[in-house]
Design a protein around this ligand. Sequence first.
Ligand code: NAP
Ligand code: ZN
Ligand code: ZN
Length: 352
Amino acid sequence: MKAMGFAAQSATGSLERFAFERRAPRPDDVVIDILFCGVCHTDLHLARNHGGFTTYPIVPGHEIIGRVREVGTGVSRFKAGDLVGVGCMVDSCQHCKPCLKGWEQDCVEGSTYTYNSIDRQDGSVTYGGYSDSIVVRDKFVLSMPDGLDPAGAAPLLCAGITTWSPLHRWNVGKDSKVAVIGLGGLGHMALKLAKALGADVTLFTRSAGKEEDAFRLGADHVVLSGEPEQMNAVAGRFDVIIDTVPYDHDVNPYMPTLALEGVLVLVGYLGPLGTPVNAGGVVRGRRAISGSFIGGVPETQQMLDFCGAHGIVSDVEIIPIQKINEAYERMLKSDVKYRFVIDMASLKSQGA
Ligand code: NAP
Ligand code: ZN
Ligand code: ZN
């Protein structure tokens, strides 16, 4: 099946128009015409090979909203015309312990990611949502609840579930005090979701000037992380901290802000922390450092339904795909309010 998208051909090159082949649909596949795709910081990490495991060309994009064009003979959950979502995964083994629990993201055999991954049936490379269409196994296609703006809903498929999953795991509710580190794509969804769950919500940010937006997005308090006085004022306060910072950073200053048995959940940076964690800051107060990787398919559907019921979508800046390279540069400067979403209709217009 012919497809058109934008791809990076190397770690240092920009993303450019790229024609490629999608696999022919199988009986359990859904063929989706993509309407919108969110731009996640992971797309930038992978396009620029920050992890050292990118295969080129790469077509990024795992916050996909589209309409079903057609379904395979074995698919009964979807029909042509349905509004659907696709997140970070398109397949997994379906029989290991995590898969049976609905935690396909931690599939023992390795889940198949939406891009830069290998299709487990035919061995082809997967290409993501910066494109006009995608073919996805039905079990990994999400139903979109009625009434959500489709462009605003796209980032729920990664930023939404990645922050929802730890909030859910650590039982955040109306008696919880939650803090979020970093106001970007993940951070702004964490504020919205924690607030909707009833928590008292604080933003830690490096950036003076984000306060007004943070309050509008759901924060009750804002702490400038570079100001020791402000940090001291929140000592012993938080039950859960969601850390969305995408690069190496020192987590030690945040540990004293955790309450007794509080947990700091790393979701942003995946590499070695350059500054060793002071064990004393974890041991005292029965604190924990945890981590969380996207979320499973059932949990993603639960999050989407919650967002449908509460009218939650991302705050987006819609861009034509021709602006994707500029968007990456702005993302590196934290100049995003608060997620870029590509309008895929722009693929039809000419120009790099
Ligand atoms: P983003 O939109 O660029 O936001 C990141 C925010 O972190 C920035 O807005 C900034 O907030 C803060 N920040 C940036 N650089 C920093 C630095 N060097 N030191 C301290 N703070 C910094 O990124 P995103 O799309 O939310 O993604 C965040 C990270 O999560 C990325 O690394 C991405 O790969 C990862 N991710 C992980 C998962 C998972 O499953 N665990 C899923 C999706 C994404 P302030 O200006 O407010 O400080
Ligand atoms: Zn992502
Ligand atoms: Zn599995």
